[in-house]
Design a binder for this molecule. Structure first.
Ligand SMILES: [Zn+2]
Ligand SMILES: [Zn+2]
Length: 146
């Protein structure tokens, strides 16, 4: 999910310093339809910036996440790996195929409903919802007929 603003404009709008590393990370996430972990981003970034190191990637991902430009996701129940994608205004959720790893994004008003119910019933301030769905995608569901 991408937005039409350029990486420079996004950094500027978020009041963040524009650096070549941040621009590169935003560009890579934009080009990839998102959902990359820090190591994949590191390997992709090295193609253009051979001197970049993994800790620079982590540090800048943290800055971009805190600035609201990048969203950090988990796609597995054990939260073993963090994935990143560009933050968009449309809240969306992810289904991950446990067999081929395919990620399907979807939107639903139902979770906004859950959030407002929770807020109303328990008077809590929800900052983040982490919801992941796992199962088999259409390609991986065994077919009964050949
Ligand atoms: Zn699959
Ligand atoms: Zn997504």
């Amino acid at each position: 999910m991408t937005t039409s603003l350029s990486p420079e404009d996004r950094l500027r709008a978020a009041g963040q310093r524009i650096t070549s590393q941040r621009l590169l990370l935003l560009r890579l996430l934009d080009a990839s339809d998102g959902h990359l972990d820090a190591e994949s981003l590191f390997h992709a970034a090295q193609q253009e910036m051979p001197e970049i190191n993994l800790s620079t990637i982590y540090r800048n991902l943290e800055v971009l996440t805190r600035a609201g430009l990048v969203a950090q996701r988990y796609f597995a129940r054990d939260h073993s790996r963090e994935y990143f994608e560009l933050a968009t205004t449309a809240e969306h959720y992810h289904f991950t195929c446990t067999q081929c790893g395919k990620i399907i994004e979807f939107e639903t008003p139902l979770i906004a409903q859950v959030r407002s119910d929770l807020k109303r019933q328990h008077n809590v301030n929800i900052r983040h919802a982490c919801i992941c769905f796992e199962g088999l995608c259409p390609d991986c569901i065994p077919q009964s007929q050949p």
